[in-house]
Design a protein. Structure first.
Length: 303
């Protein structure tokens, strides 16, 4: 008895944080992610090879990973004891949805091992219980993109839509090397909202508009305007205290290399930036400007 599963990483193009407060956001799945293997064992155990981590499920413990693992396993009964081995090819705490990818990969692997059939949409919903153990009040965008991949418009309580792009989007993703905690960044934004609700509601309105415009630019293949939308979104996130000097300097490097737009992506406070390039050759030049850890993703093919 053996099952394999996959959960993909993601970049948020526009709308992060506002999406926690009921606004839409647009995310793209990336090819890097997490693969997991489930096999029958003497006792339940989750091993994450690159991190040197091995945890048993523990519903009430202090370790969110052990609680999340317990939450996932509690959905299967009866079942044999299982060992999960995960291979992670995403940086953690970098805004690329590593925890959601892990949760989706584990659920997917257990499903395959136990011959459970379900849609990727249901898989995404189930992974929400996993995400809650790490992020408290996640919007659901990370687990949805981890399960479905592609280019998506996500809004809490509204059916997620795959977007078709008239032109392929050439994205460059680069890691600042400084990890941050989504939970803390979400709390930072919430504190800002509580301190000045009027400004925050204007900010949310602006973010919603940026996302709607970005969706039109994607549909029309207007990458120049989409780049401007990315920059505008970045400015708002920076005003919310979610950028860092390193992120600013990386966005500057990307723009000097001709990127059409560049922004912090995901929770911010560190983590990654995403930059939009003109075409595949230009993406390579932007990637070079961002250093050896940057990578290129093409998104928007045949939604
Ligand atoms: C994290 O990838 C995106 C946030 O908007 C949090 C969430 O949506 O749950 C910051």
């Amino acid at each position: 008895m053996h099952g394999k599963g996959f959960g993909g990483g993601k970049v948020i193009l526009v709308g992060e944080h506002a999406v926690v407060h009921g606004k839409p956001a647009i995310a793209a799945g990336v090819h890097r992610g997490v693969t997991a293997t489930a096999s029958r064992a003497e006792r339940d155990l989750l091993r994450i090879a690159p991190w040197g981590v091995a945890v048993a499920p523990d519903t009430d413990g202090d370790d969110p990973l052990a609680r999340a693992f317990a939450a996932v396993l509690s959905g299967y009964h009866p079942r044999p004891s299982l060992r999960l081995d995960a291979e992670v090819s995403l940086p953690a705490g970098a805004g690329l949805g590593c925890s959601a990818a892990l949760g989706v990969a584990i659920l997917d692997a257990v499903d395959h091992a136990l011959d459970v059939e379900r849609s990727r949409v249901t898989l995404a919903e189930l992974a929400m219980a996993w995400e809650r153990e790490f992020h408290g009040t996640p919007s659901g965008i990370d687990n949805t993109t981890a399960a479905l991949g592609g280019l998506l418009r996500f809004e809490h309580g509204v059916r997620t839509r795959a977007l078709s792009a008239r032109r392929l989007l050439h994205l460059v993703v680069a890691d600042s090397g400084h990890a941050s905690e989504t939970k803390q960044m979400v709390a930072r934004v919430r504190a800002g909202r509580d301190a000045d609700p009027d400004t925050f509601s204007r900010t949310l309105r602006d973010m919603g508009e940026i996302v709607n415009n970005a969706e039109s630019f994607i549909r029309l293949g207007d990458v120049a305007s989409l780049g401007i939308a990315l920059d505008e979104n970045h400015d708002i996130l920076a005003r919310l205290g979610l950028s860092t000097p390193r992120i600013e300097s990386m966005c500057g490097d990307a723009r000097r290399a001709g990127a059409l737009g560049a922004k912090v992506t995901g929770a911010g406070g560190g983590g990654c930036i995403v930059a939009l390039a003109e075409d595949a050759d230009h993406a390579v030049r932007v990637r070079r400007a961002l250093g050896p850890r940057a990578f290129v993703e093409e998104v928007g093919r045949a939604a």
